[in-house]
Ligand binder design. Structure first.
Ligand code: NAP
Ligand code: MG
Length: 403
């Protein structure tokens, strides 16, 4: 069979540890035999980030802006231990943080649904995608301990030096205060990414905040979403037969627990942090979660939701057998290949991405899986495979479909 040809390269961001090992296996066994893969390669492994003073991360993000689609392997975010382990020149920043700052996007996380690994919430029949705003609020807050009685105020000074003040509280005893902010430009980007992703995936969009209590702060989020919807998206949503729905965050939580799933839940930064962990564990496993960064400019970066699986890597280095789940990393590749196929109008590439995803799901549903899934499945007759054999088993399924 001839290889599927590509037009535009995908930006390939290699990474670290166990996911780097799986990255190569996936390319060698599941992609290169079928696709004449065109990538622009950036090595974001920690050693190369250190060698290039982390310039490679910035270059890879700029290349993503240029080409429109990237696929990223999990990477180490260095801490003090890693600085010693890798003899780093500096405690380099989180690559995801750097890339996100350049692409200005929203992260969408969706569970991969497989029969035999059932969500703990029985009525959830379809995936729930969490869209997390990744800027500001409590993550960029300043806080202060109030040591004694006194007056706390918020002060805004404009460029001419005029002050606007608001009382926070007249303290009569010790206490605490916190100052948060967000930017309208960032909220607009967030809203646009959510509306575009809903249109892209033909799913309803829910957004929730606490505007009844937070009458200026959360209300601004609500208003920006509502205004953009009215002016730019209402007609498009109608044509796509999907809905935009706003409600209070507590109402949203109650409704979600009774829903069938199959929609996007846009969350403010803190809500997204908390609820994405709830949704992913209720659906099964972090290794069965896709993640894509969508920028308001229509640029896409696909990755797995989990980290570099360090513990498994150390076993691998000692020559011990590992059973690491490659599903999320495979889906990062299929996401990128499908998007490239859509943008370049290559039907064969889109078809291949769908077939590879189906092969992954069929393989698991046939009882062949890694250890993490074996621990949570209802499937009775199952074979637990090691990292490499699981990828081979997927390829056996794929070959059956393609030939
Ligand atoms: P992790 O790599 O997500 O792994 C945490 C644990 O979850 C693993 O030890 C393993 O449990 C389980 N797990 C995660 N992915 C799995 C998979 N594919 N198959 C099977 N089990 C899986 O998180 P971490 O160990 O806290 O972090 C390791 C490194 O990853 C850190 O240096 C961190 O900076 C980095 N990180 C990167 C990203 C990213 O690039 N997007 C995200 C998060 C973390 P068991 O050990 O119990 O089997
Ligand atoms: Mg968290």
């Amino acid at each position: 069979m001839s290889l599927i040809e590509m037009k535009t390269p995908i930006v390939e961001m290699d990474g670290d540890e166990m996911t780097r090992i799986m990255w190569k296996m996936i390319k060698d066994k599941l992609i290169n035999p079928y696709v004449n893969l065109k990538t622009e390669y950036y090595d974001l492994g920690l050693e190369n980030r250190n060698r290039t003073d982390d310039k490679v991360t910035v270059e890879s993000a700029n290349a993503t802006k240029k080409y429109g689609v990237a696929v990223k392997c999990a990477t180490i975010t260095p801490n003090a231990d890693r600085v010693k382990e890798y003899k780093l020149k500096d405690m380099w920043k989180s690559p995801n943080g750097t890339i996100r700052a350049i692409l200005d996007g929203t992260v969408f996380r969706t569970p991969i649904i497989v029969k035999g690994i059932e969500p703990v919430v029985k009525c959830w029949k379809k995936p729930i995608t969490i869209a997390r705003h990744a800027y500001g609020d409590v993550y960029k807050a300043v806080d202060m301990k109030i040591p004694e009685a006194g007056k706390a105020e918020i002060v805004f000074t404009d460029k001419n030096g005029n002050e606007t003040r608001q009382l926070i509280h007249n303290f009569e005893c010790e206490g605490i205060i916190q100052g948060q902010h967000n930017l309208n430009s960032s909220i607009i980007s967030f809203a646009k990414s959510c509306f575009n992703y809903a249109l892209d995936t033909k799913q309803d969009l829910w957004f929730a905040s606490k505007d009844t209590i937070s009458k200026k702060y959360d209300h601004t989020f609500k208003d920006i979403f509502a205004e953009l919807y009215e002016n730019e998206y209402k007609e498009k949503f109608k044509n796509a037969n999907i809905e935009y729905f706003y409600t209070l965050i507590d109402d949203a939580v109650a409704r979600i627990m009774k829903s069938q799933g199959g929609f996007i839940w846009a969350c403010k930064n803190y809500d997204g942090d908390v609820f994405s962990d709830m949704v992913s564990s209720a659906f099964g496993s972090l290794a069965m979660m896709t993640s894509v960064l969508v920028s308001p400019l229509g640029v896409y970066e696909y990755e797995a939701a989990h980290g570099t699986v360090q513990r498994h890597y150390y076993k691998h280095l000692k020559g011990e057998e590992t059973s690491t789940n490659s599903v999320a990393t495979i889906f990062a590749w299929t996401g990128a290949l499908r998007k490239r196929g859509e943008l370049d109008k290559i039907d064969e590439l889109i078809k291949f991405a769908n077939e590879l995803e189906n092969a992954v799901i069929t393989t698991i549903e046939n009882g062949k899986m890694t250890k993490d899934l074996a621990a949570i499945t209802d499937i009775k007759s199952l074979v637990v495979l090691n990292t490499s054999d699981f990828i081979d088993a997927i390829n056996d399924t794929l070959k059956n479909v393609r030939w």
